[in-house]
Ligand binder design. Structure first.
Ligand code: 5RP
Length: 225
């Protein structure tokens, strides 16, 4: 099974096992979340009533294409579930997200969900976090100062670019991608980063993941609660 097949398998499994008629679902961003949205579109065609709250403008567009009625996050008290991908996830279910630049909305939506489900192909599972550069969303004003302050934590930093210009998130902010040699204490790093003036949010998702749907060494689906 190649990586794309794994993404399809975990995404579709999440939708089939966890999305129930009448639910409002937090819709993730990225190539794995795509398969959740696609499957939900099929479920709607088959007669299910489902609504979604999107984690990005790209997901808004995709969800509309698949016939999922979108709801404003401010109009729901809580989401039944949210299903999203991850850039890496460790044995304690701590995840790094934000490779697609949507970490802030993803975190708000994951926090609002009664159950937060991560769908991850086998390549995303790691012993300890730090292989994938940690995305940190910063406000544009004084971003170089903020980047310098982040670098003092012992990482290499890179401002995310797109089409030769600074990458701008759906919230109008920039992203600093931070390469740490390894992340030994994710909780502490999360706190320290968010205490830096100018940092809006970072891509560490700690004690948030309720269910991990991934693929094991035998190419079989694995569901960890
Ligand atoms: C977007 C994310 C994605 O969930 C993460 O980048 C994984 O993406 P993919 O499923 O395409 O590998 O956090 O901000």
């Amino acid at each position: 099974m190649d990586r794309q097949d794994e993404k399809a398998l975990v995404g579709e499994t999440a939708a089939i096992q966890y999305v129930k008629d009448g639910m409002t679902v937090g819709l993730g961003t990225g190539s794995t979340a795509f398969y959740v949205i696609k499957k939900m579109g099929e479920m709607i065609k088959a007669g299910m009533k489902l609504k979604g709250v999107a984690t990005s403008k790209a997901t808004e567009k995709l969800a509309s294409e698949y016939g999922i009625q979108l709801v404003d996050i401010n109009e729901v008290e809580a989401l039944d579930i949210a299903i999203d991908g991850a850039d890496e996830i460790d044995a304690n279910f701590c995840a790094v997200k934000g490779g697609g630049g949507a970490l802030l909305r993803e975190k708000i939506i994951a926090s609002a969900a009664k159950t937060f489900i991560v769908v991850a192909d086998g390549s995303k599972k790691v012993q300890s976090l730090g292989r994938f550069p940690l995305p940190v969303e910063v406000v544009p004003f004084g971003y170089k100062q903020t980047e310098r302050a982040i670098r003092k934590l012992g990482c290499k930093t890179e401002l995310r670019m797109k089409d030769e210009a600074l990458y701008v998130t759906d919230n109008g902010n920039y992203i600093v991608d931070c390469s740490f040699p390894s992340i030994q204490n994710p909780s502490q790093l999360h706190q320290t980063l968010n205490n830096i003036v100018g940092v809006v949010e970072n891509g560490l998702f700690i004690h948030m993941v309720d269910v991990l749907i991934s693929v094991n060494m035998q190419n079989a689906i694995s569901v960890d609660l």
